[in-house]
Design a protein around this ligand. Structure first.
Ligand SMILES: [Zn+2]
Length: 195
């Protein structure tokens, strides 16, 4: 008995895809389709154009994005119940490449979630700028989205002693964000600390 390894094929056009090392995303060289490696499913990926000229090397950093919905039924803040029926809907952005430390992931995620890059110019290829491998699985990104949501509640004034909430984060796709790397990553879009 022998085990035959099937080559990875593009779910859209059937071309054989050359898997590149540790990246959790493959892109079909023939039709450009993005494939999530752990499951082989097609995913939506947007590529944003560079807006800033900065020192350092250019890269594209993958961000996992989630349609997020949360309702806080009640919170117990140091002895009293407060805030009934608060919540909302937003897009959570999780930077998921470049081996960022946890606090950087949270900081950048909060910056993008507060100021989503909706009006930015989308382009249809990476234009020879290397993309950083996607390092975070989308299931884990979902947990990070919940962690970040809870961290907002913890950061409010008063000591949070209890919370009753519902939370959902549905994976939407990947946004490739232009960055420069020189000792650390700087976002190459206006309004994210690089200008
Ligand atoms: Zn293809």
């Amino acid at each position: 008995m022998s085990i035959k390894l099937e080559p990875l094929k593009c779910p859209k056009c059937g071309s054989v895809i050359k898997a590149k090392g540790r990246d959790l995303v493959y892109q079909c060289e023939n039709c450009g389709t993005f494939v999530y490696a752990p499951t082989g499913e097609v995913i939506v990926a947007k590529i944003l154009d560079f807006e800033l000229q900065l020192p350092g090397k250019k890269y594209y950093m993958p961000f996992l994005t989630y349609y997020t919905k949360a309702i806080i039924y009640n919170e117990e803040v140091k002895g009293f119940m407060a805030k009934k029926g608060m919540g909302g809907e937003w897009i959570t952005y999780i930077p998921a490449g470049g081996s960022l430390p946890g606090e950087e992931i949270v900081r950048i995620s909060k910056m993008f979630t507060a100021n989503p890059p909706r009006d930015k110019n989308e382009i249809d290829s990476f234009r020879n700028v290397p993309r950083l491998p996607l390092e975070i699985k989308k299931e884990y990104g979902e947990k990070l989205a919940e962690f970040i949501f809870l961290s907002y509640e913890v950061d409010r004034p008063g000591i949070l002693q209890g919370i009753n909430y519902s939370f959902e984060a549905n994976f939407e796709g990947i946004v490739y964000v232009p960055v420069y790397y020189e000792r650390e990553y700087t976002i190459a879009l206006r309004g994210y600390g690089g200008d």
